[in-house]
Design a protein. Structure first.
Length: 269
């Protein structure tokens, strides 16, 4: 699979082991159906039945998926070898595993190095309450905290939340608060923030996410997605939705370390 080779190139030097599956959180396990290679995953479950037990305890709703692939790919002589199957499974979901196993590696990737002025050229953060939604390793939240009154970094992966807090302490930043949450379920009241920012985050449940952003941002506040999508977007119709009459985002193309990207922004009226 192309994504396997791509991830091996991106995360060169990282060693993944089958036990790293135990790092997955319930919402990540829920993503596996339709994403993970079924034949290879069935081989892993056959050889490591304890992984099935773990997955079901963390995320019971995938039971029917596990039953289906195990019935579809029973033990057979043409089943790929366990070692190769495990490698394919791990590297298909490598981004989720690297988040938790070694966030410092993810934090060092080139695509994090874009110029923060792409955000502050749209609106000032001075004396404002800012939400960095789906904060990842906290790059945007930490830069925003240098200018804003208060920043809330929202991140659903527990290891990344810990990583952001550690970076904030080392940087001497005290106006950054790290909280659990999802783009489509932000843990804030209506009209809470002056500015909401996402970076490399849009699209899992796009319509629900866009509604939630507008719920938590004050009238006159700004929503900024930078980067919001690649210019050559292969993940769906993000661009069409963002600039549609319904959502009314403005957009601008700029260069990032790994290609041309679009940023989107709007002011809440």
């Amino acid at each position: 699979m192309a994504s396997v080779e791509l991830f091996k190139e991106i995360f060169k030097g990282v060693v993944l082991e089958i036990e790293d599956i135990y790092l997955l959180e319930p919402f990540q396990i829920a993503y596996l159906p339709g994403w993970i290679p079924e034949r290879e995953f069935a081989a892993v479950l056959e050889n490591r039945p304890e992984i099935r037990v773990f997955l079901l305890k963390k995320c019971p709703e995938i039971e029917s998926f596990l039953d289906r692939i195990e019935n579809k790919y029973p033990a057979a002589s043409d089943k790929p070898g366990y070692s190769g199957s495990a490698d394919t499974v791990l590297w298909t979901i490598a981004d989720m595993l690297v988040y938790s196993k070694c966030p410092e590696v993810y934090d060092s990737l080139k695509f994090h190095k874009w110029d923060f002025s792409e955000i502050i050229s749209i609106t000032s953060l001075a004396d404002r309450i800012v939400i960095d939604a789906d904060s990842g390793t906290g790059r945007v939240a930490l830069e925003a905290a240098e200018q804003a009154k208060t920043v809330y970094a929202v991140e659903p992966v527990s290891r990344l939340r810990q990583f952001i807090r550690q970076k904030a302490v080392l940087s001497g930043i005290s106006n950054l608060f790290v909280v659990d949450g999802f783009l489509n379920e932000l843990p804030f009241p209506d009209s809470f923030a002056d500015v909401l920012i996402t970076s490399h985050a849009l699209g899992w449940k796009l319509e629900d996410e866009l509604k939630e952003f507008e719920r938590v941002v004050k009238e006159g506040g700004s929503i900024i997605h930078c980067p919001g999508s690649a210019v050559k977007d292969t993940s769906g119709n993000i661009h069409d939705v963002m600039i549609s009459r319904e959502w009314g985002y403005r957009d601008f193309i700029y260069d990032e370390a790994n290609g041309r990207k679009r940023k989107y922004w709007k002011k809440i009226q």
